[in-house]
Each structure stands twice: as C-alpha cells, then as structure tokens.
Design a protein around this ligand. Structure first.
Ligand code: FVH
Length: 292
C-alpha cells in the first residue's frame, strides 16, 4: 500500500493519450492527483481510479503547487492556462513545442510568478510507466525546480536534464525525432527496393534493425570530429569512396522501379562537399553544409 501523505500532490492538465498514461502512473504511485481536461468525459475513467476532477483549469491550478500540462500544442497551453492564477506555482510543460515557443513560455510563466520547467517526451503512451521500455523525458529550465520535483517527475518515465535554457528540452526532442525520421526514410527506401520481389518484408526487418543498430555508434565518431574540427579523424569510409558508390544505389533504385527521392538530397550534399575538396573526410562535412 502507498502512503499518499508523503507523495507530492500533482495537478495535470490534459488527458489525451499521453496525459492519461501519465496520470495513471502518478495514481498508481500514490500521488494525490487533480486532473482537468477540456472535454470532461475523458476524465471520467480516471475519477474511478482515484483522481480528483477539477471543474475548470483555474480550479485545477488552484488545487496544487505542482502543475503539469500535457496538451496538444503551445496554442492549447496558452488557451488552457489563460484564466488561471500561476503565482507561486511550479509549472512543468510536457507539451511538444518548438525551442522558441518553450523559451517564450518560460518567460510568460516567469511574468506570472511561476517557476518553469519544459519537457520533451521521448516515449509513446504505452512506454509510460514501463521503465524497461526505455522511454524518458528531457527537461530544461530551472535546475532548482528539477531537483525539487525529480522524484515525482521520474514516476512516469526516466528524466534527463539538459540545461537551464528552457528551450533545450524541445531542441533535444526535435533533434532526436529528426534523426528518427531520417532512419524511417532509409527503412522506407529499403522496403521499397524489395517490394516487388519474392522477399518477405518480415525477413528483411530483423536484418534492417540489426544493421541500423550496428551503424548507430557512428554518431560518436561524428561528435568527436565536430569537437576536434578534424573531419578525417578515424575515418574508415572516405567521402570520395562513398560518392563513387552513389550510382550503385541510384541504378539499383531505377532497376527496382523505386523513386530515388529519399536518397538524392543526401547524395547531393555529399557531392557538394566532395566538390569543395573534402574527399578524404568522413561524412561530417555535410553538417556544415546544412548549417546556414
Ligand atoms: N502520443 C504520442 O505518441 C506522443 C509521444 C511524444 C509526446 N507527444 C506529445 O504529447 C502531447 C500530448 O499528446 P497526446 O498524445 O496526449 O495528444 P492527444 O491525445 O491528441 O490529446 C491532446 C490533448 O490536448 C487537449 N487540447 C487540445 N487543444 C486544446 C485547447 N485548445 N485547449 C485545451 N486543451 C486542448 C485535448 O483536449 P480534448 O480534445 O480532450 O478536449 C487533449 O487533452 C503533445 O504535445 C504531443 O506532441 C505525444
């Protein structure tokens, strides 16, 4: 049995798929929980599980010191918190936003007398409350606030604090998700290549997953090269060699009747970097071409 008296009371605004998953973990851990959702019906199930349902966002904010919001986007945060009194509150915003929105929201909270932490959730709802699933949340903003609520914040998923600049959680979130989309794009091209052949996609999938895992540590070498400024450091496959190989990929795509549109932008950047005389480098120089 949980001793609720010792657990920090939490107010949670937003009971979408993610908010509901978060709510259940705090309830299960014995935190007194007050919830509010724009559409009240979504709160009904949580009431039977022990949550207090607030009639308005203002009442929910008034109920507790620690306020967590997990809404659709920054505009919904603005709308939901508009009529609330945040003075003296600890506001933790787990809504996905851009870094600029997060920084502006931190200042907005400060002007209303609240301390602020921004969060970027690196998990999907089924990973919440399942530590072995590996999900976690990036936090940035007030370090004191993070320390004060570290235990409570760690209930739904792991926590990774990335700095005092409130925009950094969103920036890390978007950086990792951007890399994820690059990976999905590569996997989409791979599946397209075998689509018309007598190859079971389910047979390719484990090969693909293992290959991506084997290649992923290359990011450590990229980081090392960026820090040192020496893009030839530890290079195994030179840019010149890799550009020379690109016709094989493009010709194979053509032969398999697959559009090269996911591959060509990256190959074009590789060629541009090679044209600058960087053939002995790794692929790291592409990053400098991207940064405007
Ligand atoms: N679900 C996921 O896979 C991802 C995983 C990574 C993190 N994201 C972000 O988490 C935020 C919430 O996502 P969600 O999955 O809970 O989203 P929905 O199920 O669509 O629920 C949206 C909630 O936001 C409420 N809402 C929308 N607009 C307003 C508004 N103008 N005023 C007040 N509340 C608003 C909505 O309320 P209702 O439609 O039920 O009335 C839901 O509570 C999000 O930033 C993801 O990017 C999730």
């Amino acid at each position: 049995t949980q001793n609720t008296a010792e657990k920090t009371p939490v107010t949670l605004l937003g009971l979408g798929a993610m908010g509901t998953a978060l709510a259940r973990t705090w309830l299960a851990a014995g935190h007194p929980l007050t919830v509010w959702n724009r559409t009240p019906a979504r709160a009904a199930a949580l009431a039977t599980e022990g949550a207090r349902i607030a009639e308005s966002a203002a009442a929910a904010v008034a109920a507790n010191h620690l306020i967590i919001v997990c809404l659709l986007d920054d505009a919904s945060v603005e709308e939901a918190l508009a009529g609330t009194d945040l003075a003296g509150r600890d506001l933790v915003n787990l809504t996905t936003s851009t870094p600029a929105q997060a920084r502006a929201r931190a200042e907005w909270a400060r002007q209303r007398g609240a301390r602020y932490l921004d969060g970027g959730i690196m998990a999907v709802p089924p990973m919440i409350g399942v530590p072995e699933a590996g999900g976690y949340v990036f936090y940035s903003g007030s370090p004191e606030l993070f320390e004060r609520h570290r235990e409570t914040l760690a209930v739904p998923a792991g926590t990774t604090y990335v700095g005092e600049d409130a925009s950094f959680a969103a920036l890390h979130d978007v950086a990792l998700l951007s890399a994820m989309y690059g990976m999905f794009a590569g996997a989409a091209h791979a599946f397209a290549l075998i689509r018309k052949e007598d190859i079971d996609p389910a047979a390719l999938a484990p090969l693909l997953a293992d290959w991506l895992v084997a290649m992923a540590p290359a990011v450590h070498q990229t980081a090392d090269q960026l820090r040192s400024g020496d893009y030839t450091k530890g290079v195994v496959s030179t840019l010149a060699m890799q550009v020379a190989g690109t016709p094989t990929f493009l010709n194979t795509a053509e032969q398999q009747g697959v559009s090269p549109e996911l591959l060509t932008p990256y190959f074009e950047l590789m060629r541009r970097r090679l044209a600058e005389g960087s053939g002995e480098e790794d692929l790291t120089g592409v990053i400098d071409l991207l940064v405007r």
